[in-house]
Design a protein around this ligand. Structure first.
Ligand code: FAD
Length: 285
């Protein structure tokens, strides 16, 4: 926090209402602190107040019959190590979480910070899109649930001036569902230059339901709906996986940046969708 030279006050509110009141009164000069990574790596000199959420009891991973409920201040490590994640979608979501960034960063990155910051290169957001996560947001008196696609249709800057992310809920899926994810990086601790996650419901080899998300493209993560429509209702075979790799390469919405050409991203995306589907074939039955 030493880089934030203009900070005059630090708050540890006792309630969400208190946190939101400080945020609203600050005239844009207060920030909520999650793990503090983004806030310190990209320090904003206009920030004068820090709001820590430590006393709000938002570090938890709980489950009920339908959902896994993750509190906003839970770190990636907290989530990956939670007993409920060991078998969730055959442990594949846990693997995705333990493969991103470095251990030190995973110990610091919070779910709330990742959701609120909406980094284009986030590895967490493609996974949340594919899992059709529900984002829980509170303005103090109420908690509102947003389907993730709807959450990111909001003007986040405006929404976050009067609300905080309090958690994220993941549907529980039965054994007919499989999850897979991949990220393209130059070295183990680099940010992803392309990432992808797929959730598919496969019954008697038929793809009944599917969500595919692509991120770090280099724009924000998005649902590859054309790809979903291509696969839905089809029999999952090795030939289909090959065909879908080619379809992805031609249709996925990616662009170039200083790191990768558009063509290279298309190529990688095609390989990744093919590999994830082939992995699903191995996991059927
Ligand atoms: C060196 C480095 C490497 C990284 N590598 C990866 C990677 O490989 N994969 C990946 O997915 N991400 C990576 N990240 C990105 C990281 O996920 C984001 O920086 C994320 O925002 C950090 O989470 P945090 O909890 O530290 O957020 P913070 O820095 O605490 O907050 C980020 C923003 O979100 C706001 N905020 C925080 N919590 C809340 C809340 N509960 N409600 C409302 N607003 C809130 C803050 O006010 C701030 O504007 C990396 C970041 C860095 C600095």
């Amino acid at each position: 926090m030493l880089k934030l030279k203009n900070v005059k006050s630090c708050f540890t509110p006792n309630s969400i209402q208190e946190a939101v009141d400080i945020l609203k009164k600050s005239d844009g000069k207060a920030v909520i602190v999650g793990g503090g990574l983004d806030i310190t790596v990209f320090p904003n000199p206009t920030i004068e107040q820090l709001i820590f959420l430590n006393k709000l009891g938002l570090t938890y991973i709980r489950e009920d019959d339908e959902n896994i409920k993750i509190g906003a201040t839970s770190t990636i490590t907290d989530v990956a190590k939670a007993p409920v994640m060991q078998n969730y979608l055959k442990g594949k979501v846990k693997i995705a979480l333990t493969e991103l960034a470095s251990e030190l960063l995973r110990n610091q990155i919070t779910m709330g910070g990742s959701i609120a910051r909406h980094h284009f290169y986030s590895d967490i957001l493609p996974a949340l899109y594919a899992l059709r996560a529900k984002i829980m947001v509170s303005g103090g008196e109420f908690v509102e649930e947003f389907f993730i696609d709807d959450f990111y249709r909001n003007d986040l800057k405006v929404l976050m001036e009067s609300c905080i992310v309090v958690g994220v809920h993941l549907n529980k899926y039965d054994d007919s569902f499989q999850f897979g994810s991949k990220r393209f990086v130059r070295n183990a601790t680099d940010i992803a230059l392309l990432n992808m996650a797929i959730l598919a419901q496969i019954e008697e080899d038929i793809i009944k339901d599917i969500s595919i998300s692509v991120g770090s493209r280099p724009g924000p993560a998005y649902r590859f709906e054309q790809g979903e429509a291509f696969l839905r209702g089809k029999k999952l075979t090795k030939v289909l996986a090959e065909d879908f790799g080619l379809f992805t390469k031609s249709n996925v919405d990616v662009a170039k940046d200083m790191h990768l050409s558009r063509e290279y991203r298309q190529h990688i995306a095609g390989i990744y969708t093919k590999e994830i589907l082939l992995d699903f074939i191995g996991g059927v039955g």
